[in-house]
Design a binder for this molecule. Sequence first.
Ligand code: NAP
Length: 328
Amino acid sequence: MNKEYKLAIVGATGLVGRTVLKVLEEEKLPISTYKLFASSKSAGTKIKFMGTDYIVNELTENSFDEHFDFAIFSAGGDTSKKFSPIASSKSCIVIDNSSAFRMDPSVPLVVPEVNSEKIKENKGIISNPNCSTIQAVVALKPLDDKYKIKRIVYSTYQAVSGAGKKGIDDLNNGLKGLSPTKFPYPIINNCLPHIDVFLDNGYTKEEEKMINETRKILGKPNLKVTATTVRVPVENSHSESINIEFENSFELDEVIETLKKSPGIIVQDDVMNNIYPLATNATGHNEVFVGRIRRDFSVENGINIWVVADNIRKGAAANAVQILEKLL
Ligand SMILES: NC(=O)c1ccc[n+]([C@@H]2O[C@H](COP(=O)([O-])OP(=O)(O)OC[C@H]3O[C@@H](n4cnc5c(N)ncnc54)[C@H](OP(=O)(O)O)[C@@H]3O)[C@@H](O)[C@H]2O)c1
C-alpha cells in the first residue's frame, strides 16, 4: 500500500501561500492530509482548497507535535527561523521560501531544473532561492554547462508582488493618489533602485542575495557576478536583463537551441514580429521565458538575454512544489 503523506502549509493566507495551494491543486500529488497555518491574525479564516473549506490554524510551537511528513513555509524569515527547526526536529522536511537558511552551507538551495541532486543532502530543511535568482539560474545553467560562464551582470525590473500583499497595495493605492506604506517612495511613475535594505558596501540585500545564491546554486563560489535590482510599477512577474560572458566561444544559433531544449524554459525570440517575453504573458505560468538573445559585441564571448517569470509561481510556490514532488 502507498504511504499517505501529510503536508503543512505555513503562511497559507499570503501571496505565496495561496499560490502554493493553487499549484498543489494543479499537480495532484499523493498527499492525503493538508493543514493550513498562518499567524493569530488569520486563524479561523476559511480558504477553499481542493473543493473543501479549510480552516487556517495559528502557528504555534506545538503545531508540529502532530506529525507532518513535509511543510512548505512562506511566512517570512523570522517565522522560518523560529519554527522550521522545530518542525525538522520532529522528522518533518521543511521547504522554506524565506531567506533564513539559504546561505547556510548545510542547507541545500534548490532549483529542480538546475541542482535537484542536492535535495537528498537535506538535513530537514531545503531552501527555495530568492525569486529573482530562481528564474535567472534556470536560464544560466544550460549555458554554463556548455560554454562555462565567466561573469554575469544582472539588471532586474521586479514586480511589486515580490514585496507581498503590501507591495500590491502600494501599487493600487498609488493609482488612487495615496501615499505608499511599503515602499519608501511612490511606485507609480517611478523605478526604485532599492529592494530590501542597503548594506555597508552600497549594494542592497536583494543584490547580495542574487550574487551569493547564484554562486551557491551553480556551484561556482568564485564566479564574478554583479547586480542592480530595481522595483518597477508592474503588478506581477519579474523581468531581468542578464549580460553573460563565457570562457568558451559559441554560435548564437546553438545558444538559442540549447535554451529551447532545456527544462522549464520557453524561448520567445522573434524580434521582427515583436515577440519577446512580457510580464503579463508570464503571469500564471511555471516556466521561465527567455528572449532578446543576442551577442554582446563589446567582449569576446558574451551575450545579452531578457528573462521573465512569474515571481510568485516559479519564483516561489511552483519551485517549492517541484521540490516536494522530487521528495515524494
Ligand atoms: N512575493 C514573492 O515574490 C516571494 C518570492 C519568493 C519568496 N518569497 C518569500 O515568501 C514568504 C512569504 O511572502 P509573501 O509575498 O507571500 O508575503 P505575504 O503576502 O505578506 O504573506 C505572509 C504570510 O506569512 C504569514 N505570517 C506572518 N507572520 C506569521 C507568523 N508569526 N506565524 C505564521 N504565519 C505568519 C501571514 O499570515 P497572516 O495572514 O496571519 O498575516 C501570511 O500568510 C516571505 O518569506 C518572502 O520573502 C516571496
